[in-house]
Write a protein that binds this ligand. Structure first.
Ligand SMILES: *Cc1c(COP(=O)(O)O)cnc(C)c1O
Length: 633
């Protein structure tokens, strides 16, 4: 049995992209595991969903697996430690978490707690993010890197935070910003720790390549940099310049690009040092990617390197450059966000319904059927290997002719319905013909079912919608059963864009996911994996579907897991208030309307009571499809 579940899971390429975090049990459940603890029993996802449902938490949910978060952070630091040892790098590593990648309080506080031992810090790109950082118990040695456009309030707070024990670095993004910093630092009589953000000329591949190269919107080019150095010297601030910052963009697919960029960053570092800047920190930004497809390839959703290779390449490049220039090895800083959080979250939704584009039901011919309808039915007689293409062509021809007859008023709705039914039946016969998979099934266009999911793509998976991000997706149950259907997923929004129709499969990227037929009264859950980076706050309120509940779990306890923290999803009242409705006022207006109906004798008082109760409980409830379940006790 174990083999069966593994075989089915293999269809989804799980062994490749799973990174050791997932397995399939002999019961066919997708289950969570910790590669560092091979003796630990895997934690079944369907069992977890069941146990959560007993507690009143049901799909769609965002499941945050705390040990996965801890693991990525630990891996990153271990990889740098190993790289430094292997390469003979004498500097230290100071990681910072870029808050924009996942701002959720639970995530930030966990990272700071687990990162204490490594003096893990934070990177902020805005004033709200600075407010978050200043509320964290950072280790005094942990860095607080301030990027982004800084107004006077930002600069004042960041400068003063140094006095309160924060190890704050203000990264100068423009010449104008330096003037603000200089003025306020002088007023406050504070010697700041300064960084400078540079534009590299090397461009990198990947979706975020616009963040790199000299047309990038951020940082100073060579000419401005030289001007800045002159101004720093003239104003007596050159001694404060301790960090050089570069950022290539996120999810850089090719290690060669990373290496080249690091080498160029070293050139600037050496030059700036020669000009008198006492640099000690080289901040190489983000870009460390996640292999979402498991292809280990240089494409947008993969990376052709491991975290170890990334760290070793940086250490090696910096060591060579610094030794050639006779400089000490700087402290390496990275702002690796995606790598640290992506794997820790799994989005799970349930399938509400399916629209099938084939049928096992064979319509009987009747007296008076149009002769084309009989011709269509007769195709079944020659769906075999020798005449498959001919049978297919005929099917399409007869169906289209019959549809044309309907449009011209020559056959009635009953005949049209039987045409559609015959077509769906033939589609199932074509599918059954073994070698249909290739070009024919694509042309048939009917091989793919529409599964209707209880989620909003726009709210929960915004990058899937906006930038064609691929996440691993698969059913989390029945993996010991061959999935004999193929489907795309539609969300709850009334928007044809709310569709997932690209999938990571064993053989590459496919346009439909192998799925199981739905069973009456039985939940069918789909897991979207590795959604911890960027998805949680980019989402929007299309059709007013709000945040799904977030459940943070550890992988210990009697149920196999323990709920560490629970964030309720948005209630309808909350979502209404986001778009400037006062839910109380809505309720009042509704009450008045129904009371008028009672006064006019159209509604009974008890109907009024029922309606108001439904309105009130809906306001308090969440925004997603609620599958009625009996509430006991
Ligand atoms: C977005 C961003 C990051 C995070 O990049 P990842 O690829 O997610 O690690 C780091 N630094 C800066 C300046 C950023 O804008």
């Amino acid at each position: 049995m174990k083999d069966t579940a593994d075989t089915q899971a293999a269809l989804y390429g799980m062994a490749r992209w799973g990174d050791g975090l997932l397995t399939a049990t002999s019961d066919g459940d997708a289950a969570l595991c910790l590669p560092e603890m091979p003796s630990k029993a895997p934690v079944s996802l369907p069992a977890t969903m069941h146990a959560l449902s007993d507690r009143g938490i049901s799909a769609p949910i965002l499941l945050r697996v705390q040990p996965f978060l801890d693991r990525s952070l630990t891996r990153l630091h271990a990889a740098f430690a190993k790289a430094f040892k292997d390469v003979g790098y004498q500097g230290t590593y100071r990681g910072v978490f870029p808050i924009k990648v996942n701002q959720q309080s639970e995530v930030i506080s966990r990272l700071i707690r687990v990162g204490q031992a490594h003096h893990y810090g934070l990177e902020v790109g805005s004033k709200p993010e600075l407010m978050i950082a200043l509320a964290q118990p950072l280790s005094p040695q942990a860095l607080l890197i301030c990027n982004g456009a800084k107004d006077e309030g930002f600069v004042r707070l960041a400068l003063l935070s140094g006095k309160a024990g924060f190890n704050t670095v203000l990264v100068i993004e423009s010449l104008r910003e330096f003037e603000t910093i200089r003025r306020i630092a002088t007023q406050l009589d504070i010697r700041p720790q300064l960084g400078v953000r540079l534009k590299l000329t090397e461009r990198v591949g990947g979706k975020w390549q616009a963040s790199s190269g000299d047309r990038s919107a951020f940082g100073l080019g060579g000419h401005d940099l030289l001007t800045l150095v002159q101004r720093l010297k003239a104003s007596g601030f050159i001694d404060c310049l301790m960090l050089q910052h570069t950022h290539l963009g996120s999810q850089v697919p090719d290690i060669i690009d990373i290496r080249r960029a690091a080498a160029e960053a070293c050139r600037f570092y050496v030059e700036l040092t020669a000009l008198g800047a006492p640099l000690t920190h080289m901040d190489l930004g983000g870009g460390l990617g996640v292999d979402y497809t498991g292809a280990r390839a240089r494409d947008d959703n993969s990376v052709n390197y491991s975290v170890q290779e990334y760290c070793t390449n940086l250490a090696e490049t910096l060591r060579h450059a610094m030794e050639a220039a006779g400089l000490d090895h700087p402290t390496i800083v990275t702002e690796s966000g995606r790598f640290v959080v992506a794997q820790s979250s799994i989005f799970i939704f349930d399938v509400l319904d399916a629209t099938l584009y084939d049928s096992a039901e064979k319509p009987e011919l009747r007296d008076g059927d149009h002769h084309l309808l009989s011709d269509l039915a007769a195709v079944e007689g020659y769906i075999d290997s020798t005449r498959l293409r001919e049978a297919f062509n005929d099917t399409i021809y007869y169906r289209d002719e019959l549809r044309a007859l309907f449009r011209r008023g020559q056959i009635d709705l009953e005949q049209l319905a039987r045409t559609e039914q015959s077509f769906l039946y033939l589609a199932s016969r074509f599918k059954a013909a073994a070698h249909i998979h290739g070009d024919l099934s694509a042309e048939l266009g009917t091989g793919v079912d529409h599964y209707h999911g209880n989620f909003s793509l726009f709210q929960s998976l915004p990058d899937v919608w906006a930038i064609d991000q691929l996440h691993p997706i698969m059913p989390i149950q029945r993996l010991n059963e061959a999935p004999n259907r193929r489907a795309v997923f539609h969300d709850l929004t009334c928007d044809s864009d709310g569709t997932i129709n690209r999938f990571i499969l064993e053989g590459g990227i496919g346009d439909a996911l192998p799925v199981h037929p739905l069973r009456e009264g039985e939940a069918y859950h789909i897991g979207v994996f590795f959604v911890g980076a960027y998805q949680e706050t980019l989402g929007d309120l299309h059709n007013l579907f709000g945040d799904a509940p977030i459940v943070t779990i550890t992988l210990e306890g009697p149920d196999g897991f323990t709920i560490e923290h629970e964030t309720e999803g948005d209630s309808i009242a909350e979502v209404l208030s986001y778009v400037e409705y006062d839910p109380g006022a809505c309720l009042d207006a509704f009450r008045q309307t129904v009371e008028k109906a009672v006064a006019a004798g159209k509604l009974s008082p008890s109907e009024r009571r029922m309606m108001t109760a439904a309105y009130k409980s809906s306001l308090a409830g969440h925004t997603y499809f609620h599958t009625a379940s009996p509430i006991i006790g």
